[in-house]
Design a protein around this ligand. Structure first.
Ligand code: FMN
Length: 377
């Protein structure tokens, strides 16, 4: 493992000069970000995750972002039925790689903050400062019931997360014992060593969509992930979104990221055909309808044509994020537009990460370098 110096700036830059950071999203979960029945769908086995991380590390991919998920969504494939826990997953991957940043995704209400703080420090040392945290508060009731934990009312989840994160940050930085007396957490004589790797702490991201979730991110995080729904093709619309976020942060440094699914093939026809085949024609509708029901979109709550529209939207766009479907030239151009709009990066998924990452890295990454948004690798 490389010994390296580690400042917050270097961590946020993921120790490289790529203007557009590219990560892999969701590889710790079965089926990744595609609720599909195709036989080549992602299994998320440890062996495959390890091969993927080593491949991505060699090819210059910047980060891996897992999903904190505890329970599958059912359907024919039990979408996300098998998931590897993200902090231990990150520990294993960081021990096996040299350059790539790996995130752990943590539900604040399910982990004691001092256990979490120490786990994070341990993994951060394993990765010599390449560990990052995606802090989530939870939205899926069934997952919480399984733990016997009652979900707080929406906005209070972020009040709790604020205290939780304050404790974690103090455990990382306080040289002396401290007490914490909050509304939710009361801790006495807290002592935590070692501190995170180098003279810094893990980068922290959040992807809250609500106003309170967003303001939590802007106050506390280094990176904010937004699912830039309908603006993908417009640099101006994306730039406006970035501007809004940055001005709401009132001068506090925050990087804006987004997510998407990539289907890249030598011809547009091949890419379009595979997208239709894997993502629409072979969709796991049982799982998709379960996810929709969690957001209260059912045949009972919305009109029939709206229900059909939402089903198509969830299968095609909402679950995986916006689809980048096309030739290497087209995918590279669309990804470069994200950078031109001021975004710092994107976390992408593939139907089968191991099969598709090599072509993406061989064909799209060099084009992004020629377009000036990444270094040549
Ligand atoms: C990139 C990204 C990653 C996310 N990862 C997770 C996750 O791993 N686990 C989870 O429960 N929620 C995850 N979420 C959901 C968000 O944390 C958040 O709960 C959701 O966007 C709703 O926003 P709100 O909490 O402000 O209502 C993710 C969202 C995005 C866009």
């Amino acid at each position: 493992m490389l010994a390296r110096s580690s400042s917050m700036q270097q961590r946020a830059a993921m120790y490289n000069a790529n203007a557009l950071k590219i990560g892999l999203f969701g590889a710790n979960c079965s089926s990744g970000r595609s609720a599909t029945t195709v036989p080549e769908r992602w299994t998320a086995s440890w062996a495959d995750c390890l091969r993927l991380a080593r491949m991505a590390d060699d090819a210059g991919i910047d980060f891996m972002l897992p999903i904190g998920r505890w329970k599958g969504y059912g359907g024919d494939t039990d979408f996300h039925g098998a998931t590897l826990e993200t902090v231990t997953w990150a520990a294993g991957l960081l021990a096996a790689t040299e350059r790539i940043t790996v995130f752990g995704t943590v539900h604040a209400p399910l982990f004691h903050p001092l256990i979490a703080a120490k786990e994070f420090v341990t993994v951060d040392h394993i990765g010599s400062g390449r560990f990052g945290i995606n802090l989530v508060v939870g939205w899926n009731e069934g997952e919480f019931e399984m733990f016997g934990v009652t979900q707080r009312e929406h906005d209070a989840r972020y009040d709790f997360a604020q205290e939780w994160l304050d404790v974690v940050k103090r455990a990382w930085s306080e040289p002396d014992d401290f007490d914490f007396a909050g509304q939710f957490l009361k801790l006495k004589g807290v002592r935590a060593f070692p501190k995170p790797y180098g003279d810094a702490r893990p980068i922290i991201m959040n992807a809250g969509r609500s106003p309170i979730g967003q303001s939590f991110a802007l106050r506390n995080c280094d990176a904010f992930f937004t699912a830039t729904a309908d603006t993908r093709h417009s640099i101006e619309a994306n730039a406006k979104k970035v501007e809004e976020i940055k001005s709401a942060a009132r001068g506090r440094e925050i990087d804006v990221y987004t997510v998407g699914q990539v289907i890249c093939r030598p011809t547009q026809q091949e890419a379009d055909d595979y997208y239709r085949h894997a993502v629409i024609d072979s969709a796991d509708w049982g799982a998709i309808e379960k996810m929709m029901a969690l957001k209260n979109i059912t045949r009972q709550t919305v009109a029939a044509d709206e229900f059909q529209r939402q089903r198509q939207y969830f299968a095609g766009k909402a679950i995986g994020g916006f689809p980048f479907v096309g030739t290497p030239d087209r995918v590279a151009e669309e990804l470069a537009n994200i950078s031109r709009a001021g975004m710092r990066g994107i976390a992408v998924s593939f139907v089968n990460y191991l099969n598709e990452t090599p072509y993406f890295c061989d064909e799209v990454l060099p084009r992004l370098a020629r377009l000036g948004v990444r270094q040549a690798h």
